[in-house]
Design a protein around this ligand. Sequence first.
Ligand code: TYD
Ligand code: MG
Length: 455
Amino acid sequence: MAKVRSIYFCTECGNESPRWQGQCPACNAWNTLTEEPKQATRREKRSGAAAVMTAQPVQLEDVTGSETLRWATGMRELDFVLGGGIVPGSIVLVGGEPGIGKSTLLLQAAARLHAAGRSTLYVSGEESAAQVRMRADRLNEAAGQVTFLGETRLEAILEATTQRRPDALFVDSIQTVYSDDLDGAAGNVTQVRECAARLQRLAKETGSAVFLIGHVTKGGMVAGPKTLEHIVDTVLYFEETGQLDHRVLRSTKNRFGAAEEIGVFRMTPSGLEPVLNPSELFLQDRTSGVSGTAVAAVIEGTRPLLVELQALCTRASYGSPQRVTTGFDRQRLALLLAVLEKRAGIDFSALDVFVNVVGGVRIAETASDAALVAALASSVYDRELDARSVFLGEVGLGGELRPIGQIERRLAEASRMGFRRAYVPARAVPAAQQGALDIVGVKTVGELIAQLFGP
Ligand code: TYD
Ligand code: MG
């Protein structure tokens, strides 16, 4: 028996330290180091190695790509976010806060897979068979055929999977799984990481697709998602959208598809339903007759999405004015305010500025600069914008409106959603007409504001 000593792990990034520190030396997070028993590494390695088959060298052209093969779950949004269905032998982490609907999502996926003739094994350490059955009874999908195993011991899960060879294995949740080979309780960083690594090997060896549910709490995951992200092929996060009942499934990493794809669902009394037209959702409660709102067309992953940006500029009461943003980069806002001040003569020095992206969307693109500029000016002048207009373009430091990528796709989405007019950078006016959209080319922010509100 090896001598057990302590070691310290950061719950955010999984970094290992020999002693306790207030701040993690790797990710600089504060108070995230937790003590865990140091593992007898050799024993651990040997027990892991026993399960690994010796690999044989092969000619690449002889490899039949399992990656080209995919199993569709028939849940359109889930398949889409996965990059076109489940890849056999892959391992997917589904993270999210407790209560968001992770178990529901994966039980529905399991039921759908069953209906498509695939075998599944749903392992839960969170809920009893009776509880999962109760959930299954609520769903529109017939989940009765899904095989359930109430187990938290990794070795038992590995054995059941090796015996049954399910096409898909669901583990709910990775924080409840522990290995006999390791000291320390389920949910600590060593347990979570090693169990996930063993399940990853299991996926590769058996060809079963493995889904891990991982809880993320407001203060980060019990064992931070970062500690698992490099082990798994795909990382999906299930999040609230800021609108009741709606959930966004977002891929932040995908070895088999594009990252940053989103799929939108609605939680109903009988399970999750896909929202087939996300733009509709993000625009549904559009505030008309109010100044300070404008619509942008962003690309989330590979999909164009229309989102509403809101700006509120009010007189600052004291001290330095506030700049508060939700869903929009603060530095980018500061830059746009400076450009508007210098190039369009709007003085923000005595104004508090609040920016909000409706529907819980986070904008990472500069393509929505023009929309925010329009919203800011609209708020300052207290004059509303036409609700059927969309604004596209990046703003440069000279106040020029710069072309952005994939403009045709964005315009096509706007046209499809019933918009009438699009303001685009003059240099990027497409040759072809987009439906009934009236396309207006604009050179600078000054020109844009003059067009909207008069000189
Ligand atoms: P759940 O899948 O248990 O969340 P997680 O696994 O992420 O903790 O879902 C939790 C919530 O969803 C719970 O508050 C009940 C609700 N719910 C519905 O509204 N409709 C349904 O059909 C189901 C199964 C759950
Ligand atoms: Mg759950």
